[in-house]
Design a protein around this ligand. Structure first.
Ligand code: BES
Ligand code: ZN
Ligand code: ZN
Length: 506
């Protein structure tokens, strides 16, 4: 899709079939220089109360004219309650609506006064992101004749630009972030017979070749054996697809202090390319959704890609253990004991709790970097879906500052997280009678918290660490106001904004 910016709202030379006009509650007419006939049409629809300017409300009107044949009214709700997140969702919603209306080229008016205390550049960038997120459509596996989905080829955002340079750079940031989201969503949506561990590794190699400053290092099975990652090997051993351990590194600054190690931020992402549950087989219902069980891995890869495209002055590394969890005569089974990277022995009790097993090796490998901070991202438990629906991802961290930062950034970006407890007293339930640790307690309690406690076991208490359980947000079955059904790219916006804050020294 071609998205351009225009510094002025001009109707006459508009090359678009549809014009989107944002309106707040209480506004009775359009303040822009539009043809009198259009203004009259809009005023009458508002007067009839058919369109009430509610948040995300849309109404498509036919102008009857040539050129701009449609005007789409877009409700932004109460003006004093409008946030950047509302802007993003609203512009995305308009695009979703106009895809249905088979629009081919759309012009959207962006209002610099939409959000109190925010600049035109910030508002415009969020509109761009909303448009891009709504426009995303996964068609890679549609045959040629079916590829012709509703596609808006051209989009122009028009507004009375106050600072052109700031607007252009905010626009570039939004586009880079949207590219990263598209990448994460593509990987998530790719069917699991195609998106194998080797496929993901190849995709990361291709990214590294394209983005300056990044490197991809791929461990194949032989190397994983050499590294003694017994957790990743154990989970993978039931599948015909061999595992990979993927390292995607971006170094955006030079470390001045040569005597001290350059301590990166390490992101660890779960990439189970398909989770059948293994020998502890999952029920058939909705099992297809387990192709999304690699969305944590996709998110951390996409985050590193975005950091690099934005040239952030940070060193950030994504570690992605990738495997398929299958039942077979070679599969690992309940009561097996696996030996992890650092020699820790792990008693397996449920082969469906495979995410924590591969992540344990990932977190142990992270130690080699002496990281400044570790964040792991995983579709770890069904329990987090029960707790939060698709409202937010579960955030587990003992670090209150980190929790506050993520909660705030999540709210600002619309990539929400909700803090959940790491109940210290329950850590003992993971003691094993035959091995050092067990993977799940014998009594089933609070799966999501137990998952967090298990992961915490493999992180140094001195290292700042957070675990994001994105099973609640990583994909949508129904779609949402501005996201098509399928992978959402959850946690990419959150992590990129967090890295930006770190880059600014906040
Ligand atoms: N990938 C699943 C988690 C999941 C389930 C995400 C449903 C989204 C929807 C994970 O590997 C898993 O199966 N977890 C188990 C853990 C349990 C055995 C402690 C679960 O949630 O049931
Ligand atoms: Zn599982
Ligand atoms: Zn899983």
């Amino acid at each position: 899709m071609n998205i351009t910016l225009s510094q002025k709202v001009s109707y006459n030379r508009l090359k678009a079939d549809t014009l989107v006009v944002p309106l707040f509650k209480g506004e009775k007419e359009i303040a822009y220089a539009l043809p009198a006939s259009v203004k009259k049409l809009v005023a009458s629809v508002i007067a009839s109360k058919e369109f009430q300017c509610g948040t995300l409300e849309t109404q498509v009107l036919h102008t009857g004219g040539n050129g701009v044949s449609r005007v789409c009214l877009l409700g932004l709700g109460e003006k004093k309650e409008c946030t950047l997140d509302v802007v993003q969702r609203a512009y995305g919603t308009a695009i979703m609506r106009l895809k249905k209306a088979k629009a081919k080229s759309v012009a959207l008016i962006v209002r610099g006064d939409a959000v109190q205390g925010k600049t035109y550049a910030e508002i415009c960038a969020r509109a761009v992101l909303g448009v891009r997120m709504a426009q995303y459509h996964f068609v890679a596996y549609k045959s040629k004749s079916k590829k012709e989905i509703a596609h808006i080829g051209r989009v122009v955002l028009m507004g009375d630009v106050s600072d052109d340079r700031a607007t252009k750079s905010a626009y570039a940031r939004a586009m880079a972030l949207a590219d990263a989201l598209d990448f994460a969503r593509d990987l998530g949506n790719t069917p699991p017979n195609h998106a194998t561990p080797a496929y993901i590794a190849d995709a990361v190699k291709a990214l590294a070749a394209k983005i300056p400053g990044t490197t991809a290092t791929i461990f194949d099975k032989a190397r994983i054996v050499k590294e003694k990652m017994g957790g990743l090997l154990g989970v993978a051993q039931g599948s015909q697809h061999e595992p990979r351990f993927i390292i995607f590194d971006y170094k955006g600054h030079t470390c001045n202090d040569k005597s001290a190690p350059c301590r990166p931020i390490v992101l660890v992402g779960k990439a189970i390319t398909f989770d059948t549950g293994g020998i502890s087989l999952k029920p058939g219902k909705s099992m297809d959704e387990m192709k999304f069980d690699m969305c944590g891995g996709a998110a951390v890869i996409a985050t590193v890609a975005a950091a690099a495209r934005l040239r952030l002055p940070v060193h950030v590394v994504a570690l992605v253990p990738a495997a398929e969890n299958m039942p077979s005569h070679t599969a690992y089974k309940p009561s097996d004991v696996l030996t992890l990277l650092d020699g820790t022995t792990l008693e397996v009790l449920n082969t469906d709790a495979e995410g924590r097993v591969v992540l344990a090796d990932g977190l142990l490998y992270a130690k080699k970097y002496q990281p400044k901070a570790i964040v792991d991202v995983a579709t770890l438990t069904g329990a987090i879906v029960v707790a939060l629906g698709d409202y937010a991802a579960g955030l587990f961290t003992p670090d209150n500052d980190c929790a506050a930062a993520f909660a705030r950034i999540g709210e600002e970006t619309g990539d929400r997280v909700w803090r959940m407890p790491l109940v210290k007293e329950w850590a003992d339930t993971l003691k094993s009678t035959v091995a050092d640790v067990r993977q799940v307690p014998t009594q089933r309690i609070a799966d999501a918290t137990i998952g967090g406690l298990f992961l915490q076991h493999f992180v140094d208490a001195k290292t700042s660490w957070a675990h994001l359980d994105i099973a609640s947000t990583a994909w949508k079955t129904e779609g949402a106001s501005y996201v098509e059904p399928g992978a959402t790219g959850a946690s990419v916006r959150l992590l990129v904004a967090w890295l930006e804050e770190i880059s600014r020294g906040e």
